[in-house]
Structure formats: C-alpha cells, structure tokens
Design a protein around this ligand. Structure first.
Ligand SMILES: Nc1ncnc2c1ncn2[C@@H]1O[C@H](COP(=O)(O)OP(=O)(O)OP(=O)(O)O)[C@@H](O)[C@H]1O
Length: 349
C-alpha cells in the first residue's frame, strides 16, 4: 500500500534522510521509530506530499506522490506534529470545512463527519469551539480531520507527543482501532508506543534506515535473545563448563550478586546464561545443575527488550562487537542521545 524506495532529502548542504527504503502492507500499522533529528518528520512530510524529495520515489495505493499528487492526497489522511486546526471553529464546523476541501460529495458529508466524530469520541464536543478544547481533545480533532474522508492510508507524525498518560492511552487505542480498515504509518520516538500499537517497525537513525521487522523479531534476533540469571552454590568455573555444553546455550558469564543471600554467603555464585534466540533451555539448565549436585537458589528469566535493540541500533559509539543482555546498562549510561527516549518510555509505560 505504501512503497518508499531510495528516498533522500538534502536541505542545502545537510542530508536529512538518505536512501530510505521500506514498505507498509495493507491494513498494518508500521511504527517509524527514531531519536530526535533522525529524519522522521522529513519522511512523513514527503509521504504526505507536503515536501518534495531530492531523490527516490514514494508510491501510495499505486500512485506516485510526486507525479500524481492529487490522487495521493485524496487517498491519505495526514496528522502533522502540530494539527492544522482553526481554533475559532466548532469541531463539527471544522470537520465540515475539511470534508469540503477534501472533495467529499455533499450528500456524504454529514454521515462522514458523524462517523469520524464517533470514532474519535468527539460527538459530545461537536458544538464546542476548538480553542476551548484540551490538548488531548484537539489531538482527537486532528485525527478526525485525517480520517473524515475515509482514506485508505493514514500518516501520523508523533500523534501522542505532549499528551498526558491517560490521553496517550486513549489516542493509542483509537489508532489501534483504525488498523485493518486503514493502512497506518506512525512516527514516534517513544518505544512503548511501538510495542503497544505497531505490527512492524522501521528504525531510522541519522537519516538512514537501520532495521525493519516485527518488534518480536527485532527483540529476538537483534538483541541477542533472552537468557536466565542464576544463583547457585559451588565452583563457578565448573558450573560454567556444565552449562556451556548444553544445547541452545550461547554464553555463560559471571555477574554481580543478584540477591542479598548471595552477598552473605561466600560460596554463592551468580551467573547469566544467554540462549540462542527463539530457544528456551531453562528446564535443561535446572536439570543439569541439579544432576551435577549444584544447589540452585534462584533462577529467573531475563528478556531482551525493544530498548536493547533501539540502543544498539541508534547509539553512535558501538559498545562491543557482540550484543549481550548485559550491555543494556552500559549502553544507557553511554548514550546521551537516547536518554530522553528512555526517560519518556518509563513515564508512559
Ligand atoms: N527545513 C529544514 N532545513 C534544514 N534542515 C532541516 C529542516 N528540517 C529538518 N532539518 C534537519 O533534518 C534532520 C531531520 O529532521 P526531522 O525533523 O525530519 O527529524 P525528526 O526525526 O522528525 O526529529 P524530531 O523527533 O526532533 O521531530 C535534522 O538534522 C534537522 O535539523
């Protein structure tokens, strides 16, 4: 439904995006994720036909954005970072105005406006002047204007930015409910938004696409899979040898004490076992330890998160050649660019 190929945009001497390629299938929600300045808004504006690309092509529903701009505009709904609202109009009056400029047939307008207001939970506010609405309601009006002509494709640029946690949940639910009937591309720098709302994600950094896949695949493959943390009594070197020989175990390493008992018992050993992505050798690990008469005091699952993937792909300095579950902490400390992303993700999760 959306095909973006080798897209570049150069502002003067500054390359904002370079060779960006991805596609969005009919009915799916693609998250376009990247840190500040990565090129998200530039890409969204080119997709929506508001900005010409320097190089590359965008096709929406089979139409080239550059060559068939009008046909594309009729088929997309676009919510820019700042919704284009006329503050002195009522909600209903504004949506009526939008249906007129989007070319909705006169006989269909009332029904389309009612459907959009109901979808966005705005019906009770239909006679209210937009200036008097809260930011959350204004965002709903922004989404209503993007869907009022029932476009097959919806482009949303940072749709939850500046909203409070309750409004964020409402807007995310609204977006999820639009999927299926509509194809949606959603730009964001908020990690939980992607896991909660999107079926696939394209990660952009420094104007370049660094990964495209499902959140689950990215977490499983790129962040090195999941693992287990163990507290046992016995000799660390021997335990490592036993565990390293098990199928589906890719790495065994010592870690600092994971519980207070560990700190108070000199014979306790703490280990992290990293597994081959997609495998679950937990029961084999426990059985092997008990068979070799190690005492097992604690065993817990550690899963890689989308944050691990995001940090790995968007942190300027590569930390180590191999990603391991243990790298997350050091990555968070080293990355200044992604601190705000992580702080924000914590706020709203
Ligand atoms: N009109 C412009 N002229 C010159 N440079 C620009 C212009 N618009 C954006 N840029 C630059 O292009 C790069 C990408 O900007 P863009 O706004 O697309 O990023 P973004 O991922 O949307 O960032 P944010 O999350 O902060 O909105 C940035 O380095 C930005 O400074």
């Amino acid at each position: 439904m959306i095909e973006v190929e080798h897209l570049s945009k150069i502002y003067g001497s500054h390359t904002a995006i370079s060779d960006v390629t991805f596609s969005v299938e009919q009915g799916e929600i693609l998250g376009f994720l990247g840190p500040n300045g990565a090129g998200k808004t530039t890409t969204m504006r080119i997709l929506a036909g508001y900005l010409p690309a320097t190089r590359g092509t965008v096709r929406i529903a089979g139409f080239d954005v550059h060559e068939n701009s009008l046909a594309v505009r009729q088929r997309i709904g676009y919510l820019p970072e700042t919704p284009p609202l006329y503050l002195e109009m009522t909600v209903e009056g504004y949506l009526y105005f939008v249906t007129r400029i989007k070319g909705v047939a006169a006989g269909d307008r009332a029904a389309r406006i009612k459907a959009a207001m109901e979808r966005c939970n705005l019906f009770d506010k239909r006679h209210v002047i937009i200036r008097k609405l809260s930011k959350g309601y204004r965002q709903r009006v922004g989404i209503a204007q993007a869907i009022v002509h029932d476009p097959p494709v919806i482009i949303l640029d940072e749709p939850t930015v500046g909203l409070d946690p309750r409004q964020i949940i409402e807007v995310r639910n609204l977006i999820k409910n639009l999927a299926g009937e509509h194809t949606i591309i959603l730009s964001t720098h908020i990690l939980p938004e992607v896991s909660m709302v999107c079926s696939r994600v394209t990660i952009i950094n420094g104007g370049k696409v660094v990964a495209t896949n499902t959140p689950e695949h990215l977490m499983g493959e790129l962040a090195g899979g999941s693992g287990y943390e163990l507290e046992i009594a016995g000799e660390a070197a021997l335990a490592k040898q036993v565990l390293q020989n098990l199928p589906d175990v890719s790495l065994v390493e010592s870690i600092p004490a994971i519980g207070s008992h560990s700190k108070n018992n000199a014979d306790r050993v703490n280990l992290r076992v990293i597994c081959v992505p997609g495998t679950e050798p937990g029961s084999n690990i426990a059985a092997a330890l008990l068979r070799t008469e190690f005492e097992l005091y604690e065993m817990r699952r550690v899963r890689a998160t989308l944050e691990d993937v995001f940090l790995e792909l968007t942190t300027e300095e590569k930390l180590e050649s191999e990603i391991s579950l243990g790298k997350k902490d050091s990555a968070q400390t080293d990355s200044t660019q992604t601190d705000s992303v992580l702080a924000e993700s914590g706020d709203v999760a």
